[in-house]
Design a protein around this ligand. Sequence first.
Ligand code: SF4
Length: 139
Amino acid sequence: MSLGRHITIERSLSHVQHFCRVAVTGELLPVSIQPEYRDPYASGERDPTWCPFLRRADADSFICTIYQTRPRICREFRCRTMLIYDQNGNEAGYVKGRRTLVSDDPCLADAWREIPGDADDATLKELLKKHGYRAEPLE
Ligand code: SF4
């Protein structure tokens, strides 16, 4: 899974100061390229399909060049596999791991109980849509 396709640079104030947009949450936040990562950010290997702040550290590893100021979704990413929004576009919950719902919304919890445990992402999205929710897998 990767968050790269959800992260874009909306505006750059300088080579190190940027405003970053997180597509799935709509969040817009100021971020800074960390001093120790300015060289790899400026001239390191990158790929247009990656997050614009991701750079290769070596053959086997990568660095987040804005690690200290990275978006909230990136900080929590390891436990989230899907975000779920209500009809107003507010986050109603998220899925942890394969199929564990985390939500305070009782209607979403009811809808979730109707979803077969072996439902694939497409089926899950369709079933939630019938209840007025939008699911965004993080992949
Ligand atoms: S952790 Fe850093 S490199 Fe990874 S998606 Fe988030 S901002 Fe981009």
